[in-house]
Ligand binder design. Structure first.
Ligand SMILES: Nc1ncnc2c1ncn2[C@@H]1O[C@H](COP(=O)(O)OP(=O)(O)OP(=O)(O)O)[C@@H](O)[C@H]1O
Ligand SMILES: [Mg+2]
Length: 220
């Protein structure tokens, strides 16, 4: 689904910077993939391209042989700074934001992210912990039923208990949903994904079963 994708920021200016080069990857439907790599290797750039938020300067991004479309809810992204994604005052209003859906659908989405609907539905966003806010943002994305879910550094900055709950949630996302998790933090990656991609200096340097790929990434 990514064919010869490359990206240069500020192309044609003295500040031109190549962030991705000749990336070729196919994500199987329902597969769970983690993308790892050092700072500046191009992980977030790849995430933005997969989410349809950035058009790459080179190559093709396709789904089922057609161009990827964010309007058709092909892909969705949840951001590390969840608070910026939560625009309504309460949990239920936020999950429902802009959609015509009933309470049961909102409750199901909260259940998917491990939040008890009876406890959380009416809670104010500002009274939630960072980890809970991140899970509400994720519920708001899941309720839109995207085909591909892209998460950029979902575990960054969480304390140990919040991190553990989020790892559990990510480990049992709805089946059929293709999930791409970008992280520089490889601990627990094997609980979230089956396949691992390693980016190094804007190129894919390894691709395979997550445990195998991480072993190479750590030792090389
Ligand atoms: N808007 C931008 N303009 C110019 N250069 C950028 C821009 N965004 C990112 N870059 C550069 O592109 C390269 C890849 O950035 P990217 O954010 O994709 O890396 P990353 O792997 O996500 O890094 P990190 O682990 O720090 O999040 C970096 O060298 C970065 O400085
Ligand atoms: Mg990044």
């Amino acid at each position: 689904m990514l064919g010869h994708v490359g990206h240069v920021y500020s192309a044609g200016t003295p500040w031109a910077h190549r962030a991705l080069q000749d990336v070729n990857v196919t994500f199987d439907d329902g597969s769970r993939v983690v993308v790892v790599g050092p700072n500046g290797s191009g992980k977030s750039t790849l995430a933005w391209i997969l989410a349809g938020l950035l058009v790459p300067s080179e190559g093709d991004v396709t789904l089922d042989d057609g161009p990827l479309s964010i309007e058709e809810r092909h892909t969705a992204m949840a951001f590390q700074h969840a608070r910026l994604q939560l625009l309504r005052p309460t949990v239920a209003a936020d999950v429902r934001f802009g959609l015509d859906i009933d309470d049961a659908a909102v409750d199901a989405a909260l259940g998917d992210v491990g939040l008890d609907p009876d406890r959380f539905r009416a809670r104010r966003i500002d009274e939630l912990s960072g980890g809970e806010q991140r899970r509400v943002a994720l519920a708001g994305v899941l309720v839109r039923r995207p085909r591909v879910l892209v998460l950029d550094e979902p575990l960054a900055g969480l304390d140990a208990p919040s991190r553990e709950s989020l790892v559990q949630v990510l480990g049992r996302l709805p089946t059929g949903l293709t999930t791409v998790v970008v992280t520089h933090d490889t601990e627990d990656a094997d609980r979230i994904a089956d396949r691992g991609l390693v980016l190094g200096d804007s190129r894919i340097v390894a691709d395979g079963p997550v445990a195998e790929v991480l072993r190479t990434a750590v030792t090389s």
